[in-house]
Design a protein around this ligand. Structure first.
Ligand SMILES: Nc1ncnc2c1ncn2[C@@H]1O[C@H](COP(=O)(O)OP(=O)(O)OP(=O)(O)O)[C@@H](O)[C@H]1O
Length: 253
């Protein structure tokens, strides 16, 4: 097992006769934001569910923070946290109470201090005494991410962190995610928004047909496609154009 924070080799998974993952390979280094980009139903959530020990793989080897997923799932669980498409918040509790509850459940040594620090870090101190079901979509998602940070996991999985949010709330969540990575947390996020991958990711993996068909930084992916020239204006291809070109090419092969 190498030093990568996340290392996935030959991951396979089928549901009945539907082969969803056909040998997925990728690595994420510590402190990196890696975006798993794929269309609806391509298997992004399946990968996150397997990596976060919620679902068993059929084959392949996964290492998280040096622990083998199949043989050391408890160690893996202690190193990670997952924020899914549906927030884990209890709406009748305040923001502060939600954080305190998780801090106590996870047995952190100073739950009140951890709670106040997280409220401040996520700009939720002013709203801390309000019921969480009265929060805006962006505030709820920020609270959800704050809750997932209790216990300082080394790796965070964010499954479609901004699905259903309006553009302003999406930008708030993006800022939060960028700050986390700057603090050294490794982040694997799934998204179907190309702009999200473009904004956040150090590297992007394109999941298509059950495999990661391309991995690279946005610039590396861009270099595969020469800039399109329109009259005298040079235009860089957008990630959307790159994605469609890669996925389209793959289907022709
Ligand atoms: N528990 C399950 N039982 C049967 N089929 C499943 C199960 N979980 C996922 N699938 C199927 O596996 C495929 C991949 O689903 P998955 O949710 O991983 O895709 P996704 O890329 O996350 O999609 P989305 O962007 O819509 O969330 C889909 O065809 C889905 O119907």
């Amino acid at each position: 097992m190498d030093n990568a924070a996340i290392s996935v080799e030959g991951l396979t998974k089928s549901f009945q006769d539907q082969e969803v993952l056909k040998g997925v390979d990728f690595k994420v280094q510590g402190g990196e934001i890696f975006a798993l980009l794929g269309s609806n139903g391509s298997g992004k959530t399946t990968i996150v569910n397997i990596l976060s020990t919620l679902m068993k793989q059929d084959g392949g080897v996964v290492g998280i923070c040096g622990f083998d997923l199949q043989h050391q799932p408890d160690h893996v669980r202690q190193s990670i946290s997952l924020t899914g498409q549906f927030a884990a918040i209890d709406g009748i509790l305040t923001g502060r109470e939600n954080l305190m509850m998780i801090a106590k459940l996870r047995g952190v040594s100073n739950p009140a201090q951890v709670t106040e620090n997280l409220l401040a870090k996520f700009s939720l101190s002013d709203a801390a005494s309000r019921r969480a079901d009265k929060y805006s979509g962006g505030m709820k998602r920020r609270l959800d991410i704050a809750m997932s940070l209790i216990g300082s996991p080394a790796v965070i999985f964010l499954d479609e962190p901004t699905t259903g949010l309006d553009p302003e709330a999406r930008m708030e969540v993006w800022d939060t995610i960028k700050e986390l990575a700057e603090g050294g947390t490794t982040i694997l996020l799934t998204t179907q928004y190309l702009e999200e991958a473009e904004q956040l990711a150090d590297r992007i993996g394109i999941l298509h047909g059950g495999k990661i068909i391309k991995t690279g930084t946005l610039n590396e992916l861009r270099e595969m496609f020469p800039p399109a020239k329109a009259e005298y204006i040079e235009k860089q291809p957008t990630l959307e154009e790159i994605f469609l070109a890669i996925v389209g090419k793959k289907e022709e092969m």
